[in-house]
Write a protein that binds this ligand. Structure first.
Ligand code: ADP
Ligand code: ASP
Ligand code: MG
Length: 437
């Protein structure tokens, strides 16, 4: 008989050191009797550090091994805090790092994104090995599962797209029977594999999405992501004061907020859950008994203003070279490039002879896009911008957000959403002698 399964996801901050991992084990002790699929990310900021290894290797700076050694040292110090001296987990973790060392001994691969995935994925692999060994040690029976045996993606490295049919089949064949044996299964977020068994990643911060993929495939009763905040708040507490927790949120509200930069949930997480009506809880690993936020199909109609800020935006102003109108065939040409490059369009606006598009500037896509447009259009890039999205806006909130900013693009969608692309007002030089020019 199919088990009632719950899915838990623990991210980097819940696994940042030995004490944090002990805290995770304590949370799980209270769910011992359940069939749980647990998804874990890399520990702390490991993925950022592994990105530096890839950059150093590609650029041939000679620093790749030393950055990797720091990462290894951090992991061994966490293991020291959790296990006795000769525990077999040391060898398991070492074997995983050795594979990265082999890659670093070779010439950098010509496909940067391929090389990135082979190296960066080690963060989740070692994390899952350490956490599962620790849970077993403290009496929580866990079976380690390689997410790459379940999640099949296409072969676009760094942002693999899930091949759902095969993933569902593999989950039924491999993950489901493991759960039926009893105890927990524990797997990695963020990673998958191509049909030729090359490791892929699903996009930065993608472990929430992995948990949703498993929830969908296993028909989970519900899914919980454990964060360092009490739940979904009206804005990022790192950026704003006076934020409040939202007790309930509809899937629609959650997808809108996360798409536009509410970093607490990865934007791709909501769709698989909504498709099977699986409730999502966002809870605090610091105060696990708190109620958190429930994201579900229930529609609420009384939300306070909610703000999402997406940094690192690039605004491309694209205009025709000969003053001709931006016509349908121009737009279709631009959108073909956007689709080919897998660019997320955050905002757009057009006038008679120009078209403005705001996109994320976190990789080389803005440059590649501009380069491809150059033959046919004049392109101007404005970088280092922020996109601010306010759901259920009130005028005083918008006025406050504009303070000290220059608004480059603005849009309102009905009375629910206001969006603007902004940059800071440049600091004026002070006058040396008051009154003089
Ligand atoms: P994980 O440990 O799973 O990687 P993240 O760090 O990605 O967790 O997500 C949690 C962080 O998201 C919080 O520390 C908070 O700063 C940020 N955040 C951004 N927007 C919101 C929001 N609306 N509500 C709560 N947290 C938010
Ligand atoms: N470790 C990956 C990252 O930092 C995935 C995740 O944490 O969700 O992007
Ligand atoms: Mg994260």
């Amino acid at each position: 008989m199919k088990q009632v399964v719950k899915v838990f996801k623990f991210g980097g901050s819940s696994l940042k050191d030995a004490d944090a991992i002990k805290n995770v084990a304590n949370i799980l002790q209270n769910h011992k009797e359940k069939h749980l699929a647990i998804v874990v990310s890399a520990m702390g900021k490991t993925t950022n550090a592994l990105e530096k290894v890839v950059e150093a290797h590609a650029a041939g700076t000679g620093q790749a091994f030393s950055i990797l050694n720091d990462i290894k040292a951090q992991h061994y110090s966490i293991i020291d805090g959790l296990f006795g001296k000769d525990d077999e987990v040391y060898a398991a973790v070492n074997d995983t790092f050795v594979e990265v060392e082999w890659t670093l001994e070779e010439e950098p691969h010509e496909n940067y994104d391929y090389m990135y995935d082979q190296i960066v994925s080690v963060g989740e692999l070692v994390s899952s090995k350490i956490v599962s060994a620790y849970l077993n040690k403290v009496g929580l029976p866990v079976q380690w599962l390689d997410a790459r045996d379940i999640i099949l993606t296409d072969d676009i490295f760094r942002e693999g797209w899930v091949q759902w049919e095969e993933t569902l089949e593999r989950s039924a064949k491999i993950a489901q029977p493991m759960l039926e044996k009893g105890g927990f299964i524990l797997t990695q977020g963020f990673i998958g594999s191509t049909s030729e068994n090359f490791t892929t990643t699903l996009g930065r911060e993608g472990s929430d999405y992995t948990a949703a993929i498993f929830s969908y495939c296993l028909d989970a009763e519900d899914m919980t992501i454990w964060k360092d905040v009490p739940g979904v708040l009206t804005a990022d507490p790192r950026l704003f004061e006076n934020v409040v927790k939202l007790d309930r949120l509809s899937y629609k509200e959650a997808i809108e907020m996360t798409y536009y930069g509410a970093k607490v949930i990865h934007p791709k997480t909501i769709k698989p859950l909504q498709n099977k009506n699986i409730p999502l809880y966002v809870k605090s690993f610091i105060e696990p008994e708190g109620e958190g936020t429930l994201v579900s199909s229930e529609v609420e109609d009384n939300y306070p203003p909610m703000v999402a800020v997406e940094p690192d935006q690039c605004l491309l102003q694209i205009s025709t070279r000969d003053f001709s109108f931006v016509a349908e065939h121009h737009i279709s040409y631009m959108f073909k490039l956007i689709a080919d490059l897998r660019i997320q369009v955050n905002m757009m606006q057009n006038s008679a002879i120009s078209f403005s598009i705001c996109i994320n500037d976190i990789d080389d896509k803005a440059d590649r896009f501009a380069e491809l447009l150059k033959d046919k259009f004049k392109v101007m890039l404005d970088r280092g911008l922020e996109m601010i999205t306010v759901r259920h806006y009130q005028q005083d909130v918008l006025d406050n957000l504009r303070r000290g900013k220059i608004v480059l693009l603005e849009e309102r969608i009905k009375d629910t959403t206001a969006q603007m692309v902004v940059k800071d007002v440049p600091v004026m030089r002070r006058k040396l002698v008051p009154g003089k020019k």
